[in-house]
Write a protein that binds this ligand. Structure first.
Ligand code: C2O
Ligand code: CU
Length: 672
């Protein structure tokens, strides 16, 4: 069974357990010994099943059961045993005798209260998993215990006027609650991830005391007294390398009403009045220079080059690498187009809202010396004003191409959630993922391609003599290519008049199986593997729970039990080989994204990659999954490491990766 299924099963069993214990208690209080005894038997069986389901889940990793084994199970076992010992014999006697006196006997608090108490204990475990999540800490455990004890006392008091030792018990419960709250919510009491520096205001963690802290926990030498560099010094060059050209672009962010291809109008946040923003293109080795101006975006704007490993000072993270550009302000970005492939840019200030409203565009870098041939379409997919748009079209893009034309489709998911793409009508290859070419990609057909939020896939094929259809999420037709009746087979692609005239290719796609990227393509040597010696090892356990997010208590998306900016910064040193293990024990998908570095996938759910090496900048960590990735720390700076479901990032799911010795003059407590 998958971890995801086991998590669901465990939840079901835990709800059943709590319900059965409570039901038994209620039946007893209602003087129904038979019903109470039957529910008591169900509760016993369910409790045993719960122990089994937790142990089964433990097989997926300690992260998935930590709070269950340290808190929920001990509580359930203790309360269940007490209830069995106290209520069991009386219940059985009452069932055997079946007279009025024994019915009254099961109504006694001595029977009903322990049964209900076991129910409260079982429920406390569920509450712990949902409200607090990973990891369970002594503070919240104590608090939960106090709440369950308080509920028992309250029930008891409601059932009888005489509760022995009520005052003392109430006082003890109150003390436990206060102690629990103190332990849980006073800073410094929370668990920190192994190998991390206790971050605090994350941006400054790369300097001074934090790196000292790191050397204490990680055993590396301290850089105290070493040279420090402000991130604002880590900028791109003013001139291109020899042979490169300068590509100048101007992007002005402003609100505007954009008109989709159907004529529908959407009020949006735009670059140069359009959504997506102007496509940026360059040839490898060019210097890209982008002048960003803010017309009227009141919350400010920046440009982040998603997947592009620019110098840190060009990365566009407000509060960390620059201040957000206010209305009337500007900022000039410069970087060498070293990586070839499909990328995108977007604002990083209030990025959830900003990107959703339209502040994004594409960045495509082509190799030097290869003349463009064939049909090359860059297709950013976005949900704009409720419609799924490809580029600026909310209707299929229809193109003609002569049979034999080489075609490349660059799919970019600029949304917060994954999209599933299908290509019908031709065999094709998935030639690049997140801008990096795959090794030996085989021919595909009748498969679904799940693309993570923020991710990119390049598909390549030769135009056949039949129509080709690209579809999104098995319902929205995105691109239709029709064979040109006449054509020279080269750049020939003209817009057809009537999209309705093109026959749909492929029919149903919903039942096409999903391609497993970790098994696609051919293996090739990689600079490091699972067996390498890592200088740093970070584990990020993703969950939901109550935590402070920017000082406000929220039902946050958490990393190791904390939310931004309280998640400890990962501190690395230039040259380190770093392993990142990302565990999703929640019920949401988290497309994990590290700025400034591509990561090599080592394994997913303990299985190593058997296909082409996978270099990604965004990897989709689905519920129950464990991803192990690695990268070389070779791009000094201060970097965001976050979930690219930007609404999750907004609710706390982001942290910083900092190189020792790099400082920021900005306040660092925010990151868009
Ligand atoms: Cu595309 Cu910090 O993100
Ligand atoms: Cu997420």
């Amino acid at each position: 069974m998958t971890t995801d299924r086991l998590m669901a099963l465990d939840l079901l069993v835990s709800v059943l357990t709590a319900a059965a214990w409570v039901g038994a208690g209620v039946a007893a209080a209602a003087r129904r010994p038979r019903a109470a005894a039957a529910l008591f038997a169900v509760a016993l069986v369910a409790s045993l099943a719960r122990v089994w389901s937790v142990l089964a889940l433990a097989g997926a990793g300690w992260w998935f059961v930590q709070e269950k084994i340290t808190v929920a199970l001990p509580l359930l076992v203790a309360a269940g045993a007490a209830a069995t010992a106290l209520a069991g014999p009386r219940l059985l006697r009452a069932v055997r005798r079946a007279d009025a006196a024994s019915r009254d006997a099961v109504r006694a608090p001595a029977v009903a209260v322990p049964l209900l108490g076991a129910g409260y204990a079982a429920a406390a475990g569920i509450v712990q998993t949902f409200l607090i999540g990973y990891p369970a800490d002594p503070g919240t455990a104590l608090l939960l215990l106090a709440v369950a004890a308080g509920a028992v006392l309250g029930t008891w008091r409601a059932m009888s006027r005489q509760v022995p030792g009520l005052r003392t018990a109430t006082a003890a419960t109150a003390v436990a609650a206060v102690l629990g709250v103190t332990l849980a919510f006073v800073p410094g009491a929370e668990t920190t991830a192994e190998g991390s520096a206790p971050g605090g205001t994350a941006a400054m963690a790369a300097t001074g005391s934090a790196s000292h802290d790191h050397s204490a926990s990680g055993g590396s030498a301290s850089v105290m007294g070493g040279a420090t560099r402000p991130v604002t010094d880590l900028r791109g060059p003013a001139a291109p390398p020899p042979g490169g050209a300068v590509r100048r672009f101007e992007l002005t962010a402003r609100t505007a009403t954009v008109t989709l291809s159907s004529g529908r109008k959407v009020s949006a946040w735009t670059f140069n009045g359009q959504v997506p923003g102007p496509p940026l293109t360059a040839v490898q080795g060019d210097l890209v220079e982008v002048r960003l101006r803010n017309g009227d975006i009141a919350s400010g704007v920046t440009l982040h080059w998603h997947g592009y490993d620019v110098p840190s000072g060009e990365d566009g993270v407000p509060g960390l690498t620059q201040e957000a550009v206010p209305p009337g302000g500007e900022f000039v970005y410069r970087f060498v187009a070293a990586q070839v492939g499909t990328y995108w840019y977007h604002t990083h200030e209030v990025s959830d809202l900003g990107v959703r409203m339209g502040l994004y565009g594409t960045l495509v870098v082509t190799p030097k010396g290869t003349a463009a041939s064939g049909l090359d379409l860059t297709l950013p997919v976005h949900t704009l004003g409720g419609a799924t748009v490809t580029g600026d079209r909310d209707q299929p893009l229809v193109r003609q191409a002569a049979p034999g034309t080489p075609v490349r489709l660059r799919l970019i998911n600029t949304d917060n959630t994954p999209h599933r793409f299908t290509l019908a009508g031709t065999p094709y290859r998935l030639v690049a993922v997140d801008g990096t070419d795959l090794n030996g990609p085989g021919t595909l057909g009748r498969v679904g391609l799940r693309l993570a939020a923020g991710g990119r896939y390049d598909l390549a094929f030769t135009m056949p003599s039949d129509p080709v259809l690209l579809r999104i999420d098995d319902r929205t037709d995105s691109v239709r290519l029709t064979p040109a009746s006449t054509g020279d087979g080269s750049a020939g692609a003209t817009a057809a008049a009537d999209p309705g005239a093109v026959p749909a290719a492929g029919g149903q796609t919903a039942d096409w199986p999903e391609l497993d990227l970790t098994r696609y393509g051919a293996p090739a040597p990689t600079p490091y593997t699972s067996r390498s010696r890592f200088d740093r090892d970070f584990t990020l356990v993703l969950d939901r729970g109550f935590a402070l997010t920017n000082g406000r208590p929220m039902y946050a998306h958490t990393v190791n039990g904390a939310a931004f900016p309280d998640i400890p910064t990962e501190v690395v040193r230039e040259g380190d080989l770093v392993r990142l293990t990302v565990v999703n024990r929640g019920r949401d998908t988290h497309p994990w994204h590290l700025h400034g570095h591509r990561v090599l996938v080592l394994s997913r759910d303990g299985r190593s990659v058997t296909g082409s090496p996978l270099w990604l900048d965004t990897f989709d960590v689905q519920p129950g999954q464990v991803w192990e990735v690695a990268f070389r720390a070779a791009n000094p700076g201060l970097w965001m490491n976050h979930c690219h479901n930007l609404s999750h990032a907004d609710l706390g799911m982001m942290l910083h990766l900092a190189y020792e010795g790099v400082t920021t003059p900005f306040h660092g407590a925010h990151s868009g």
